[in-house]
Design a protein around this ligand. Structure first.
Ligand code: AMP
Length: 284
């Protein structure tokens, strides 16, 4: 496995892969890798001739300075994991390598047809602009045939689908396919997240109530309305000391707009566990 830190080196490696007519799989990550990331990488390795993984904590998608500073980083451990599961190339640039001064300070604007006006987009203004800024740059650099994203970040996946399929960028990325991969959880049900590293053992135990409540809500949905289930999820999680729901919304899986039926619906939650912001979701 080769670790690449510059765009120049990356472009040369990609050019060689293209000349050899190798298919390329790309898994964008922010590092502090766990089995959730590994599931994406294993799939990319299995479905392509070569697998590129980017490890880059993208400053332009953070609107909270403390969250950016405290985001866990461990490139050596990441490299070990990626090598053990068959990744071929790791692209781990510095922010300066990725962006010019100007790009770091100007807000990248993109039309998401309203997909960014709800949930994460509403709570974290500019977040998805930053995500698309980095992801589109990675697509230009790596020119993947397939790119892999987790359903854990369901709204992000919907926005990237939109960007590739319906935007002015359609065509720009050729036949690029976006592959959504299911959420990987601990045996306890807790969705794996790099941010879990910031939880104390007690907080981790407390956080279990999030997934437990989401799974319970599948039963509630059999005999209650969307509005009732939504409120019951919020109340149940908020009743746990140490947890505070930022939002729980049951929306249509395609439009991400509120729905009053459980058909094709997904419930997306964000909860503060102490200072750590955790997200999870469940399909009805
Ligand atoms: P991140 O490093 O958090 O930006 O995540 C990189 C990619 O891994 C994103 O596409 C995430 O949705 C995905 N991912 C993160 N956690 C999980 C998980 N528990 N299960 C599946 N995919 C995940």
């Amino acid at each position: 496995m080769q670790i690449i830190t510059t765009k120049k080196e990356l472009l040369a490696v990609v050019k060689a892969c293209k000349q050899e007519r190798k298919t390329i799989g790309l898994v964008p990550t922010m590092g502090a890798l766990h089995e959730g990331h590994a599931s994406l990488v294993k799939r990319a390795v299995a479905e392509n001739n070569v697998c590129f993984v980017s490890v880059f904590v993208n400053p332009t998608q953070f609107n909270n300075k403390e969250d950016l500073e405290k985001y866990p980083r461990n490139i050596n451990r990441d490299a070990e994991l990626l090598s053990s599961i068959g990744a071929d190339f790791v692209f781990a640039p510095t922010p300066e390598e990725m962006y010019s001064q100007e790009e770091m300070s100007t807000t990248f604007q993109f039309d998401f047809a309203g997909l960014d006006q709800v949930m994460e987009g509403k709570m974290r203004p500019g977040h998805f602009n930053g995500v698309v800024q980095v992801v589109s740059r990675l697509f230009y650099l790596v020119q993947p045939d397939k790119a892999y994203f987790g359903e854990k970040d369901f709204q992000q996946l919907a926005i990237i689908h939109h960007m590739v399929e319906r935007s002015s960028m359609a065509g720009t990325f050729g036949k690029l396919q976006i592959i959504g991969c299911p959420i990987v959880r601990e045996k306890s049900g807790l969705a794996l997240s790099s941010r879990n590293e910031r939880l104390s053992p007690e907080e981790k135990e407390t956080a279990l109530a999030i997934s437990k409540t989401l799974f319970e809500s599948l039963k509630w949905a059999k005999s209650a309305s969307v509005a009732e289930v939504q409120q019951r999820v919020i109340d149940t999680i908020n009743a746990v000391e140490g947890l505070e729901v930022e939002y729980y919304e049951i929306v249509d899986q395609t439009t991400l707009l509120p729905t009053n039926t459980f058909d094709h619906a997904i419930g997306c939650v964000t909860v503060y566990c102490g200072p750590v912001r955790l997200i999870d979701n469940i399909k009805y």
